[in-house]
Design a protein around this ligand. Structure first.
Ligand SMILES: [Zn+2]
Length: 275
């Protein structure tokens, strides 16, 4: 699923393409992916005629600033959000929302597995979007510190990987970048939270920031469905340490990368580099 680097890449790409343009039509092609308001007519009345001033991101959410209203988009497992110059450039097969802009261009939301969702809300009601209101501090924000993490980890016996995947604890991480960050930190994913030393927690924060920054630098990771804001693929799949590399040699020590399940998620690690 798109994680923070993928969503940030889309934000940066689309900011160059759709900002300061007006939404002239908003076609809802799959009503159940409209999370708010309840009706298509209500959605249209909130967004049509509005200008997209700015695009922000919180965790894995994109927030389109339309003045008094925000469009909030979560890409779910397979969501794609991209810009298209003309209708003929769009493969309509999985398109769920189609915004036409006053420039004649399009903002396209496509989603194969349909776990993604779109909200349009008055700004003062943003806090009612539950997943957004409860997001924990994000990597690279300066808020994900040892002071924040240490007391939370000390009272938990759950695997560190499960903690890092919980959006209420840390916003924006998913399966790929958690495995990568734990590798950089030298910590095995199944270790209980309360077993991490302060030194390991410092290395973990450094590891998280590094893999997220590298992921953004590379325009995200594309294994299958992820596309950037221009409809193209990311590059970070070519620079992964452990994720998707089970059975291949560790790039640091040469040992075989192992795969197991932690908290129901496929998990990749090096038993030699990670303790
Ligand atoms: Zn290794």
């Amino acid at each position: 699923m798109p994680e923070m680097p993928e969503v940030e890449t889309i934000r940066q790409d689309l900011s160059k393409r759709v900002c300061q343009k007006q939404i002239v039509s908003a076609e809802v092609r799959l009503a159940r992916q409209l999370r708010a308001p309840k009706t298509i007519a209500g959605f249209e009345s909130l967004v049509i005629g509005k200008t997209i001033y700015k695009i922000d991101r919180r965790g894995k959410y994109l927030l389109f600033d339309l003045g008094d209203v925000s469009i909030v988009i979560h890409l779910g497992m397979t969501g794609q959000l991209y810009y298209a110059q003309a209708i003929d450039d769009i493969d309509m097969t999985h398109v769920r929302f189609l915004f036409r802009l006053d420039s004649g261009e399009y903002l396209v939301f496509a989603d194969i597995r349909t776990f993604g969702g779109i909200y349009a809300v008055k700004k003062e009601r943003l806090k009612e979007i539950s997943g957004l209101a409860t997001l924990g501090p994000e990597p690279l924000s300066g808020e994900l510190t040892a002071t924040y993490l240490l007391p939370r980890l000390a009272k938990r016996k759950s695997p560190i990987k499960a903690f890092l995947l919980d959006q209420k604890q840390v916003g924006g991480l998913g399966n790929i970048y958690v495995d990568e960050a734990l590798f950089v930190a030298g910590v095995r994913p199944m270790r209980s939270c309360d077993s991490l030393t302060p030194k390991e927690v410092e290395k973990l924060i450094g590891g998280i920031d590094r893999v997220i920054a590298d992921g953004i630098r590379d325009g995200g990771t594309t294994f299958r469905d992820y596309r950037n804001g221009e409809g193209g693929k990311g590059e970070h799949q070519n620079h992964l340490f452990v994720y998707g590399r089970s059975g291949l040699p560790c790039t640091v020590c040469g040992n075989m990368i192992e795969k197991c399940t932690v908290g129901g998620r496929g998990t990749h690690y090096c038993a030699s580099c990670q303790k």
